[in-house]
Design a protein around this ligand. Structure first.
Ligand code: RAM
Length: 351
């Protein structure tokens, strides 16, 4: 099985992309224009100060995307001989995250790798950093108006569609549905919910009754899930597109009263969801490999900061063990596709 979560993206398409990329590069080089070809021969700078700034600290998803131990962003930065530091606030809010970004800038950051809690609130700080020559890369949750590159885990439509398709099948295409999201300002959550609403048009007998916000905080997510169950006694399904939210919702639903009656899916981590997949509370959920996301973000940021790539469409770079990646439209680099975890495959995953 070619498992994108374990092995990076598909080798065949990669080979084609590299071949085409090399052909184009050599054609332009012959024409004598300063190009991607001359850039890509530049060495990567070493000793850059890179700060990895997740939405919040203490969230297992970001521990995996960022840490050395998991092979995430800090691992990649270390492998590239940069100085990597993870910093953020403890709650997934801009007032908690912005001081960490400002602190990183004060400490002389060359690179900021940020998952945005709120693009509007973060933008003045991020734009200020860019004006001073700091490379700003977003990963996980974008701030489209104030970054050099955006490292996207999987397309927003792919993520929105898969969650609706899973819950619709479990609900037999009928009944009341609710969403337990993270913060109302989070770019990634809102983009996914937008695509869920479009996909839901295919299922006219499913009614989205409410979206509630658990703020990527376990206590708040538990509280808003319990509130939904009280307010909507006929609720048949919950989608929670946040690893914190889905784990909290699963814990609430993990009783004979609700199991099998209120269906649950969303985005989770295998370690947090294993119990609920096996006992039937949440038979299927989706995610990507968070460690690969952080690793790719670090490689992209260092290549950009070193001048090896710009953010123009088609710029190509080596992302270490993941192979070659290209910049796509909207200065975006796409990691891959979402992966569905279930009873059959969950034992293989340990993050
Ligand atoms: C939470 C965060 C993060 C999101 C994952 C799926 O950990 O909200 O931004 O990408 O869930």
């Amino acid at each position: 099985m070619n498992n994108p979560i374990k092995s990076g993206h598909l080798r065949t398409s990669l080979l084609c992309a590299v071949t085409v990329g090399l052909a184009v590069a050599s054609m332009v080089a012959v024409s004598g224009v300063a190009t991607a070809a001359s850039r890509s021969s530049r060495p990567l700078e070493k000793g850059l100060k890179a700060f990895v700034i997740p939405k919040n600290l203490g969230n297992p998803y970001f521990n995996t995307s960022d840490s050395v131990k998991s092979g995430g962003a800090l691992f990649a930065l270390k492998a590239l001989s940069e100085h990597g530091t993870e910093t953020s606030g403890t709650s997934a809010t801009p007032s908690s995250q912005i001081p960490a970004i400002q602190g990183a800038i004060t400490k002389g950051a060359n690179i900021l790798i940020v998952s945005a809690t709120d693009p509007a609130a973060l933008c003045p700080t991020l734009k200020g950093a860019m004006a001073r020559g700091v490379t700003v890369v977003t990963y996980d949750s974008d701030a489209p108006m104030c970054r050099d590159l955006w490292i996207e885990q999987a397309t927003s439509q792919g993520i929105g569609d898969i969650e609706v398709d899973i819950i619709a099948a479990e609900m037999h295409d009928t009944g009341q549905l609710a969403i337990v999201s993270a913060a109302p300002t989070a770019t990634n959550q809102n983009a996914w919910i937008g695509y869920m609403k479009t996909e839901l048009k295919k299922f006219p007998h499913i009614k989205l009754v409410k979206t509630v916000y658990g703020m990527d905080d376990t206590a708040t997510s538990t509280q808003v899930t319990e509130g939904l169950l009280t307010s909507y006694p006929k609720l048949a399904g919950i989608i929670s597109p946040t690893t914190v939210g889905i784990a909290a919702a699963a814990a609430v639903l993990d009783s004979s009263k609700y199991r099998g009656k209120v269906h649950l899916t969303g985005l989770g981590t295998p370690n947090q969801m294993r119990k609920y997949v096996l006992d039937g509370t949440c038979p299927q959920f989706a995610l990507w490999n968070p460690a690969f996301l952080g690793y790719l973000a670090a490689y992209a940021a260092v290549n950009f900061a070193s001048g090896v790539i710009t953010n123009a469409v088609g710029q190509s770079f080596s992302a270490g063990k993941l192979g070659n990646y290209k910049v796509g439209p909207d200065q975006t680099i796409l990691l891959g596709k979402p992966f569905v975890f279930n009873k059959k495959n969950i034992a293989q995953f340990h993050f």
